[in-house]
Write a protein that binds this ligand. Structure first.
Ligand SMILES: CC(C)(COP(=O)(O)OP(=O)(O)OC[C@H]1O[C@@H](n2cnc3c(N)ncnc32)[C@H](O)[C@@H]1OP(=O)(O)O)[C@@H](O)C(=O)NCCC(=O)NCCS
Length: 189
């Protein structure tokens, strides 16, 4: 790829059927993937695009690329017959507040009224509204050895630990580490 055409950002999502109510929202990231697959297997027509993740090249961050990315993906989803666009977004600043409940965290705003979290702020600026917290969006379990490898830490005793880049804490019990990641459901206009 020539330097003029280098990859700047990537984004992916899944289609599913959602009745636009809070009660019918998937539990979060994992549940959205599961529902997408089961809906497909059952022949249920999707009407919603779930934006699962987005990433911008490290040397390109902070320049508004994400807004262009989300807008382009949202427009494509609508053009493809998925008029509802939602996301279980991973609030990037939550890593600094792993002990705070996600339902509380999502209410935090700056003096200008916009969300304190920069990633949530980007979505809200693009017209998204906050739907609900997803306190158990994704649960990751592994042996203590695995968690020591993944985090670069050691876990000498059972207990609760803060971990690098964690949005919540890791619990070690009976030789198993369990981390449950909280996300925030938003809906794009
Ligand atoms: C989150 C991410 C996609 C945002 O992309 P981006 O193009 O940098 O986004 P923007 O330039 O629109 O910046 C959005 C906000 O985040 C802030 N921001 C961007 N990069 C940042 C960084 N490295 N550190 C702190 N804040 C940052 C910007 O200042 C902006 O806040 P503002 O409202 O005060 O202007 C990008 O940082 C990324 O790829 N991160 C790693 C993957 C990830 O966490 N993805 C999101 C969850 S799936």
């Amino acid at each position: 790829m020539s330097p003029e055409r280098r990859l700047l950002a990537g984004c992916w999502g899944v289609p599913l059927a959602w009745d636009a109510s809070i009660a019918d929202l998937p539990g979060g990231y994992s549940d959205a993937v599961a529902r997408c697959v089961t809906s497909y297997e059952q022949g249920i027509e999707p009407n919603t695009f779930v934006l699962m993740a987005a990433a911008v090249r490290a040397d390109q961050q902070g320049q508004g690329t994400a807004a262009a990315l989300i807008t382009a993906v949202r427009d494509r989803a609508v053009a493809a017959g998925l008029p509802q666009v939602i996301a279980p977004l991973r609030p990037t600043l939550k890593t600094r507040y792993p002990l705070t409940d996600i339902a509380t965290y999502l209410t935090w705003t700056r003096s200008d009224g916009l969300p304190l979290d920069p990633w949530l702020r980007t979505h809200v600026r693009l017209g998204a509204t906050v739907l609900a917290p997803a306190p158990a969006s994704q649960t990751i379990t592994g042996s203590v050895d695995e968690w020591e490898k993944w985090t670069g830490m050691v876990f000498p005793s059972p207990g609760t630990y803060t971990i690098p880049a964690g949005l919540s804490t890791l619990t070690i019990a009976d030789g198993v580490g369990t981390y449950t990641e909280p996300n925030i459901w938003v809906r794009h206009a």
